[in-house]
Design a protein around this ligand. Structure first.
Ligand code: ADE
Ligand code: ZN
Length: 324
């Protein structure tokens, strides 16, 4: 099986409806029925409704045991699809808000699940702590400070990220939060150029200490921006199915994956939120082959790009590259 790597997936967004229902039941949390389409898929209408559905489903994740199960379950499924490395964005605010349990306890559980999955399935997992834009700047500064402490304690905590409502909350708003993480040597990424245009990507790369972009696909609309991304060696975390399902592009034919590759941009393949978008990391590789016509050699190259861009320590990175 072709080795695969994923560097853009939301940990809370990997929990299947089946697992969310189990956790809701054992934690006695009410989750409305209308968010479930099937045991494998969530139901939502548009981007803001997706974010709301995501927050509702995530409210079922309350205890460290829940985070253990979500992490272990996802890494097991990824390993079965040939993934050798997965970097998962964990949002400390979701569980802290829902349960009041300090994030450190959740991180202990995630760390244990990552170690167990490594031992049992030979897959490396790492955690990026992620802020949520629509929770505001103060919350993000708190998350950035927490990331500095967590990265010092857990060798599986490796970076800072940010998702949420891009159009309502532009990147520059969050400079203080990013500067806190970068000053402590923590590498950073941000969603930009997904729900807003290339001007937001410019804003992100000009004001924030980032070396990767979540999505970033709308950079294709601005040739100078493409040049800047290449010159600054910024890697794109591309999620083709997420973009099509959320309506950023009408279909795979109009998605800019191939144009970005042809322009010389470093591109990776990712699933984003698998049960919301009806995909998996394995399927994203299949789609890249079948819909975009990428060869096995190109797909292997994409895995290498992801591992080279990963926020993992150098020793593990070399071991992973040897498996590609
Ligand atoms: N949070 C979870 N998935 C997201 C996405 N695709 N964009 C922005 N924020 C998110
Ligand atoms: Zn995302």
């Amino acid at each position: 099986m072709l080795p695969k790597a994923e560097i853009h997936v939301h940990l809370e967004g990997t929990a299947t409806p089946q697992l969310v229902q189990q956790m809701a039941q054992r934690n006695e949390v009410e989750v409305p029925d209308h968010i479930f389409k099937s045991s494998e898929l969530f139901a939502w209408r548009d981007f803001l409704d997706f974010l709301n559905t995501y927050d509702l489903a995530s409210s079922s994740i309350q205890h460290p045991r829940d985070y253990y199960d979500v992490t272990y379950d996802y890494l097991q499924r990824c390993a079965q699809q040939g993934a050798i490395y997965v970097e998962m964005m964990y949002s400390p605010e979701h569980a802290e808000r829902a349960s009041g349990i300090p994030s450190r306890e959740h991180l202990l559980a995630i760390d244990q699940a990552i170690k167990d999955a490594k031992e049992l399935f030979n897959i490396e997992g790492r955690t990026i702590i992620t802020c949520v834009r629509h929770f505001g700047l103060d919350a993000c500064v708190k998350v950035a400070k927490h990331t500095v402490e967590a990265a010092a304690e857990f060798d599986t905590v490796v970076g800072l990220g940010m998702g949420g409502d891009e159009a309502g909350y532009p990147p520059a708003l969050f400079k203080t939060a990013y500067d806190i993480a970068a000053a402590a040597g923590i590498p950073c990424t941000i969603h930009a150029g997904e729900m807003d245009g290339p001007e937001r990507i410019w804003e992100a790369i000009e004001t924030l200490p980032i070396n990767r972009l979540g999505h970033g696909v709308r950079a294709i609309e601005d040739p100078k921006l493409i040049d800047a991304i290449i010159e600054r060696d910024i890697v794109l975390e591309v999620c083709p199915t997420s973009n099509v399902v959320l309506g950023v592009y009408q279909d795979y034919q109009t998605h800019p994956l191939l144009k970005l590759l042809e322009a010389g941009v470093k591109v990776t393949l990712n699933s984003d939120d698998p049960p919301y978008f009806g995909t998996t990391i394995g399927e994203e590789y299949d789609i890249a082959e079948q819909q975009f016509g990428l060869t096995q050699a190109q797909l292997r190259h994409i895995t290498k790009t992801a591992i080279q861009a990963a926020y993992v320590d150098k020793t593990t990175q070399q071991q992973l590259l040897a498996r590609c």
